[in-house]
Design a protein around this ligand. Structure first.
Ligand SMILES: [Fe+2]
Length: 262
């Protein structure tokens, strides 16, 4: 049976200058490690899904360095913005080669729909009327099984400080998604940890960050010592979706807790 293989990477937090660190972590080094580990362990992918916070205080060079890492794998890549990103800059720097900011991808048996949940000047998320209309229209005209991707989470994760920064109008997203039985899952980033929940028949999931992790269930900002990771999807032609998260087998980043720098 045909299978579409997708690699989700999220929350790269690539800094403006190579070698810079955030919370003690060289984010670019770990992004490269995660990419390398995923391809080494799982072979080729049909699509890379980058679900936001690609850059931290982004500059053109941050995105150009991301594009250079991605180009080594010659795999189509869908890039979505997170609260730390500059979406206009992303659309210039990451619409090159195999990287793209196009939000609707149609494969023979599945469709992937990306959403922009940025709320300018705010760490939390919001879906504008335009974004919700785009989703509704796209699902109304394409009945293929659908995987939705968006940076912020739309269901509470159980971590109060993170849940104060979820999609403000997440229930509107769910209301549209549940109208269309072809929607199988909504995946996000932002949480820097794995989440697996369900809304009716829709899987609501997240991927670990490719840099530092946040502690599940923490009431306030707290780092987790777990290593960086990624999520793999296998989308089957009969509509089945199988997904799992993996962690890299690397030296732990030496975390430095600095509340002001994140
Ligand atoms: Fe992030």
């Amino acid at each position: 049976m045909a299978v579409l293989k997708i690699l989700q990477l999220t929350d790269l937090h690539i800094l403006p200058h190579a070698g810079d660190t955030l919370l003690g972590v060289d984010t670019e080094y770990y992004f490269a490690q995660v990419l390398n580990a995923a391809f080494a362990q799982h072979g080729a992918f049909d699509l890379l899904l980058l679900t936001g916070d690609l850059g931290q205080d982004p500059a053109p060079d941050s995105y150009q360095r991301i594009a250079r890492h991605l180009n080594r794998y010659a795999t189509p890549c869908l890039c979505l913005p997170g609260n730390h990103d500059d979406w206009s800059l992303m659309q210039i720097e990451l619409n090159v080669g195999k990287s793209s900011c196009r939000k609707h991808w149609v494969f023979p048996d599945w469709q992937i729909i990306g959403l922009n949940s940025q709320k300018p000047g705010c760490p939390g998320g919001y879906l504008t009327g335009e974004e919700l209309d785009f989703l509704d229209r796209t699902l109304a005209t394409c009945a293929l099984p659908a995987l939705l991707a968006v940076h912020h989470h739309c269901l509470a994760s159980g971590s109060p400080w993170m849940d104060s920064m979820m999609i403000e109008n997440g229930e509107e997203l769910l209301r549209i998604a549940e109208k269309y039985p072809q929607v199988k899952a909504i995946t996000c980033g932002h949480l820097h940890q794995e989440m697996e929940k369900r809304h009716r028949s829709i899987q609501i999931i997240s991927a670990p960050a490719s840099c530092f992790q946040f502690k599940p269930g923490a009431t306030e900002f707290e780092l987790d010592i777990r290593p960086p990771g990624y999520r793999v999807f296998e989308l089957y032609s009969d509509g089945r979706l199988i997904t799992a998260c993996y962690r890299i087998d690397a030296e732990q980043p030496e975390l430095r807790l600095d509340l002001n720098s994140y």
